[in-house]
Ligand binder design. Structure first.
Ligand SMILES: [Zn+2]
Length: 138
């Protein structure tokens, strides 16, 4: 069986909610005084991680969203990264992002979503190392 070990350094951002990815470009939308259908400010949808939507259900009506099989949280607190190629075999055209997942930016500019458990198993956060020997022992 061919085996590989990587020493690549990747950039990964942890995502918990809309606007967390630095390339999301989310801005606060304030209600205008004469607006009759927006009374509270809200953060615009991320450009990288969009809101996970189910057609016909408003995302703020959380009790209508199913519970995620991966993290047991309602799907309305999840994100979605559009990607035509990933998960094509499963009939999906993107990545579901659970709160707490990591988003890795690939060399080709595409994104890959990985769980915290996966990241803990395969990567070490080099910004938090006290000693470079920790990398050698990883
Ligand atoms: Zn989830």
């Amino acid at each position: 069986m061919p085996r590989f070990k990587s020493k690549e350094i990747i950039t990964a951002y942890r995502w918990f909610q809309n606007g967390d990815h630095p390339d999301d470009g989310s801005i606060m939308i304030e209600p205008k005084k004469d607006n009759v259908d927006q009374f509270k400010s809200f953060l615009s949808e991320g450009k990288v991680v969009r809101r996970y939507r189910i057609p016909g259900i408003e995302f703020h009506i959380c009790e209508q969203y199913p519970v995620c099989e991966q993290c047991n949280k309602r799907m309305n607190v999840h994100g979605w990264i559009e990607d035509e190629i990933c998960n094509k075999s499963m009939g999906k055209s993107g990545w579901v992002v659970c709160p707490g997942d990591y988003i890795i930016t690939m060399d080709n500019g595409k994104y890959v979503v990985r769980s915290k458990d996966y990241m803990d198993k395969h990567y070490i956060d080099i910004d938090t190392l006290r000693d470079l020997k920790e990398i050698e022992n990883f």
